[in-house]
Design a protein around this ligand. Structure first.
Ligand code: GLA
Length: 387
């Protein structure tokens, strides 16, 4: 961390002639359970991880925001009074969108100089975009000193992603990146935005995030298609079950009663979401009891359902699941993020972690020809002040 911080400070001084006054981080995330449930008003169980975007900033006297990305070695500038897309420095659109919607929420901002550095792998499904959004939001909060509940900031991040960047995601990523808690898992009700946090005993198990190194393909169009299929399912159920507005409102009992009336693909999508929501609720209880064996079975079921019913897997994610399930110390693995490539996650019994990672690296490469990146992750606080 200190090398990264020193590098950021040095660049800030070189570019702006002084040291930053605030340095914050916005973490990436991994979902332990609940895939494609958030935009159905459902439940998720994510953690914020120890890979993040660090943002260092200082206020300016004018209305200009100047952001430099160390990763892209690019600088982007805009006025607080005229925030439009940057088609060259595309990464800066996450910053621009958040700043735009913070102002639209009625907060008076001031110009700022910013240097950012991220180590959340891009396109891997660990939400580097939420990390940059929540780092931006928290940096402005720290610099300008305005109050805003974490849930409101998460909603601003989601709005930036949906309405400014143009990717139609749910609320999970920004929520956990803002409200995550060290050594804790968050249970989030994505409709009411109520949440509950409970400790994960990391002396017994480690979270290992396995990047397949297959970059996500078709994710936007397929993601939107899944969303509309779920909306169609909810609409159909609303004719048979009272008070259904989203699939969150359909129980598995109702599903079993009416499933034969649904078109085949819509039935498959609904079946995944409805049972996945139940798996999240069960996982919360099982994990709170420290029953990792029980949780592992639910993880496997989640992956299989996302693969067979929701059809968001790919050869590499399935290969990773197979390799991880056969490796020492983890009998479990599920895809994370949106699927279609990117990362999966295993919980690994502490004393087997080294063996697990070396076996997975070798076996996965044998199967796919790709060298995976394996991250032993800790659960971390959401967006917060570093200095
Ligand atoms: C992406 C989206 C999230 C969520 C997941 C799937 O990560 O950003 O909102 O929908 O996919 O669970």
């Amino acid at each position: 961390m200190s090398t990264r911080l020193n590098g950021i400070k040095a660049d800030f001084e070189r570019l702006f002639g002084s040291l930053p006054t605030k340095i914050v981080k916005g973490p990436g995330r991994v979902d332990l359970m609940g895939i494609h449930t958030d935009y159905n008003g459902g439940f998720v169980l994510p953690v914020a991880v120890n890979l993040d975007v660090i943002a260092a900033g200082g206020l300016r006297d004018d209305r200009k925001v100047v952001v430099y990305s160390q990763n892209f070695e690019q600088k982007s500038e805009f006025s607080l009074d005229d925030i439009v897309h940057d088609n060259v420095n595309k990464w800066s659109n996450y910053v621009r969108g958040v700043v735009l919607f913070i102002q639209e929420a009625g907060v008076k901002l001031q110009g700022a100089n910013i240097v950012m550095h991220g180590n959340v792998p891009i396109g891997s499904g660990m939400s580097s975009s939420a990390a940059i959004e929540m780092a931006t939001g928290f940096l402005f909060q720290s610099l300008v000193g305005f109050d805003m509940p974490g849930t409101d900031m998460a909603l601003i991040g989601q709005k930036a992603e949906n309405k400014f960047v143009g990717v139609n995601t749910g609320i999970m990523d920004q929520f956990i990146s803002r409200l995550g808690k060290k050594d804790h898992v968050l249970f989030i009700d994505c409709r009411t935005l109520e949440y509950d946090q409970f400790p994960l005993d990391t002396s017994r198990v480690k979270i290992v995030v396995c990047d397949t190194m297959k970059r996500r393909g078709l994710v936007d169009s397929e993601y939107d298609l899944r969303r509309s299929q779920c909306e169609e399912a909810a609409k159909l159920f609303s004719q048979w079950v009272p008070n259904v507005t989203q699939l969150r409102d359909v129980s598995s009992t109702d599903f079993e009663k009416y499933k034969d009336r649904l078109p085949e693909v819509v039935r498959m999508r609904a079946e995944h979401v409805i049972y996945e929501n139940e798996r999240v609720l069960e996982s919360r209880d099982v994990l709170k009891r420290g029953d990792f064996e029980g949780f592992g079975k639910l993880m496997n079921a989640s992956h299989d359902s996302a693969r067979d019913l929701y059809e968001v897997s790919c050869f590499e994610l399935d290969a990773m699941a197979e390799v991880c399930r056969n490796a020492p110390g983890a009998l479990w693995n599920r895809m994370a993020g949106a699927g279609f490539g990117g990362c999966s996650v295993s919980l690994v019994i502490d004393e087997f972690v080294e063996q697990f990672t070396s076996v997975v690296a070798v076996e996965y490469e044998k199967k796919t020809g790709l060298v995976p990146n394996l991250y032993i992750c800790t659960a971390e606080d959401g967006a917060s002040l570093i200095e």
